[in-house]
Design a protein around this ligand. Structure first.
Ligand SMILES: Nc1ncnc2c1ncn2[C@@H]1O[C@H](COP(=O)(O)OP(=O)(O)OP(=O)(O)O)[C@@H](O)[C@H]1O
Ligand SMILES: O=P(O)(O)OC[C@H]1O[C@](O)(CO)[C@@H](O)[C@@H]1O
Ligand SMILES: [Mg+2]
Length: 534
């Protein structure tokens, strides 16, 4: 690594300089992780590194970027010692735990980072990396001094209870932390509801239930009141589980905590059934949702195949990102057409949906259509002549029911205009899917997420979201999670695979394809083996 820049440019704040010294092996350091080995040494220590620490008590922290040889970049996460000088460190209690100390290289090396891009050419720059998640040899909290809290915000998602359980158990079993508070009812619960104490015994069975035992909400993000509550209650580790809106909220909470100079780690755990959070491989609950969606698709298929010109129509969640619809379609093989928000479609005329339905019914006598809730919304508003843009408490646009609308349009076209017999069955399993407990693979994933978050907070990292990047868990700065949304890229391989699996029309002209590719960076996507899309 060559240089580090963090915080706004300008003079080095004394607090930051001292903090940096302490963290990287200065006089105050008592042999913490950062000072343990020579190779961990401060980038200014003559091993080829140089460091320009400009981190201070600025309220708007800038990204912490470390650059190195061959285009290597580390987008690092904030650390408590960035703004609090002379923080003592302690040996990680896991080193005395027989189960863990037996594991070779159980502790992560300070220099371990995870590459964002794994498909490379021989002349590709090393590119962006994130700090590898995991237990560090030194921790910044004594177990008895930790007062943690957990909050869940936004919509439901399978696995919320598993993450809660594993944070409570991880803190207790790995670090001996006894004080964990549950914040009821989302962000606003910090200042408008009672808290509850969470113990391993109390959360023992909750992973078997859907929903969140803490309750959740949208809206009600009053940063000042939330941080007042954190301060008043003496909370020093905050675990925030939620989607894109929640992570934006967590970023401003972190900024306020930092502005006040509080020794409070703020850790985000990304939750979104829509899989719309960027950088991470996928979000927890997604696999469970796809699996459950299969049941609805199976039912639609049974109905469709049992009637003359049967059409099974299934609406799945996905406001702006059609991942659930795309993966459920690919998994099922019974779906003839998948419609998602990212891929505009049209109904009438050559190459349109009606023409395709007609062809499919003639060929097979039935068909199954999967539609994501956010698909075709513009057409829908136009057709309903409604410009009303209602929003929920968090400001998310409220969508009209595309399933009902398209069912009616198909019936009107084939039954009324074409006088054809069709039997359309519309299934909306959305809330049934969202409310299930997580499946086995999500349970494992939730456990890893929770443990990674706990290790990160104990090691003094803050202002981060945890998640797998190319299969390795990493700490990702909030700004990277919050800068954009993860969407299906219709010029990417995965969508092409879907088109070749269903054989549906792409509804695209060459002009559309050029437009869709413009400035589009390949996003993180699931199970793909393309550039960024494993
Ligand atoms: N830009 C923002 N800044 C601060 N807080 C926000 C922001 N957007 C949303 N929040 C807060 O985050 C919480 C959850 O947001 P939201 O309802 O959008 O759900 P989400 O986390 O995106 O999850 P889902 O995936 O279910 O939509 C709300 O309490 C909301 O007030
Ligand atoms: O009915 P609610 O709670 O607003 O949630 C609906 C939204 O939540 C999501 O499931 C995301 O959590 C979206 O797919 C959906 O539009
Ligand atoms: Mg959201």
């Amino acid at each position: 690594m060559r240089s580090v820049s963090a915080g706004v440019g300008g003079a080095i704040a004394p607090a930051a300089a001292a903090a940096f010294k302490s963290r990287h092996g200065g006089a105050e350091a008592d042999g913490g992780d950062h000072a343990l080995k020579k190779k961990f040494a401060c980038p200014n220590s003559g091993n080829g590194f140089s460091k320009l620490p400009t981190m201070g008590l600025e309220s708007n922290s800038k990204p912490k970027i470390v650059t190195g040889e061959f285009g290597y970049t580390l987008e690092d996460v904030p650390h408590l010692s960035d703004y609090i000088p002379h923080l003592p460190t302690y040996p990680n209690p896991l080193q005395d735990n027989l189960a863990y100390s037996a594991v070779r290289q159980y502790f992560v090396d300070y220099d371990d980072t995870v590459a964002q891009k794994v498909v490379v050419h021989k002349d590709t720059a090393r590119g962006v990396h994130f700090r590898r998640a995991g237990p560090c040899q030194r921790v910044y909290f004594e177990s008895d001094d930790v007062h943690a809290c957990i909050v869940t915000c936004g919509g439901l998602c399978p696995g919320l209870n598993t993450v809660i359980r594993e944070i409570v158990c991880g803190l207790n079993y790995m670090y001996g932390v006894k004080s964990v508070l549950g914040i009821d009812g989302g962000y606003r619960g910090f200042y408008s509801k009672n808290t509850r104490s969470l113990t391993p015994k109390g959360v023992n069975d909750i992973h078997k239930r859907g929903g969140t035992v803490l309750g959740t909400s949208r809206g009600g993000h009053d940063t000042k009141k939330i941080v007042d509550s954190i301060q008043d209650r003496g909370i020093n580790q905050v675990y925030i589980i939620g989607g894109d809106g929640t992570q934006k909220g967590a970023a401003v909470i972190f900024e306020e905590v930092r502005r006040r100079g509080l020794k409070v780690s703020v850790a985000g755990i990304p939750k979104t059934i829509d899989n719309d959070i960027p950088v991470i491989d996928k979000s927890f609950g997604f696999d469970s949702a796809v699996e459950e969606a299969e049941r609805a698709i199976n039912a639609a298929h049974v109905e469709a195949t049992s009637f003359e010109n049967g059409i099974g129509l299934v609406k799945l969640m996905g406001r702006y990102s059609g991942f659930i619809a795309m993966y459920a379609t690919l998994a099922s093989r019974d779906v003839d057409c998948c419609l998602i928000p990212e891929s505009p479609f049209y109904l009438e005329g050559p190459g349109g949906l009606f023409e395709y339905i007609d062809k499919r019914l003639k060929e097979h006598g039935h068909m199954v259509i999967v539609i994501a809730e956010g698909a075709g919304q513009e057409m829908l508003s136009e057709s309903l002549r409604s410009t009303a843009q209602q929003a929920d408490a968090s400001g998310n646009k409220l969508l009209q029911d595309v399933g009902l609308w398209i069912s009616q349009r198909i019936k009107d076209h084939f039954s009324k205009e074409r006088k054809m017999t069709i039997n359309l069955k519309y299934i909306d399993p959305t809330y049934m899917i969202r409310a299930i407990p997580s499946n086995a693979s999500d349970n494992v994933y939730c456990t890893l997420l929770a443990q990674s978050a706990v290790h990160g907070a104990m090691a003094g990292y803050t202002g981060f979201t945890v998640g797998p990047v190319n299969g390795r868990h990493a700490y990702i700065p909030f700004h990277r999670i919050n800068e954009k949304q993860n969407n299906v890229v219709i010029t990417d391989r995965m969508w092409a695979r879907l088109l070749s699996s269903t054989n549906q029309p792409s509804f695209l002209s060459t002009k559309d394809i050029i437009e869709a590719s413009k400035g589009e960076e390949p996003p993180t996507a699931l199970l793909d083996d393309g550039e960024e899309t494993k």
